[in-house]
Unconditional design. Structure first.
Length: 112
């Protein structure tokens, strides 16, 4: 799998809705929306990478997150979820600079 910045990112309102859904699920440390290419596939697609605190919580987090995403995504839209432990996040995920959770606020002196 190869990760990078999306060539055609999803609309900001959908990314925001996904971020809000992620924020409602306990146990998620961070979330990203990078583009992912799997060798053998015809095209890359944007995926939701969630970094979880405890691997044992994966089933609960996945179920809860999928329920929250149903209300966040437009009808018929799907996004693949890739849950990872904090020690196994490929460098390309963070390097893609597509972090949506936690939302990092710039200090007031860097806003301009």
């Amino acid at each position: 799998m190869f990760f990078g910045a999306p060539a055609n990112p999803m609309p900001p309102n959908i990314a925001t809705a996904i971020s809000q859904a992620v924020a409602q699920v306990s146990g998620i440390l961070e979330a990203h929306l990078p583009q992912c290419f799997v060798e053998g596939d015809k095209e890359a697609r944007q995926v939701l990478v969630v970094v979880i605190r405890n691997r044992g919580d994966h089933p609960r987090i996945a179920e809860e997150l999928m329920g929250k995403l149903r209300g966040a995504l437009p009808a018929g839209q799907f996004i693949a979820i890739l849950p990872l432990g904090s020690d196994s996040v490929p460098s390309g995920v963070r390097e893609a600079d597509c972090k949506i959770y936690p939302v990092e606020r710039k200090p007031w002196w860097k806003v301009w």
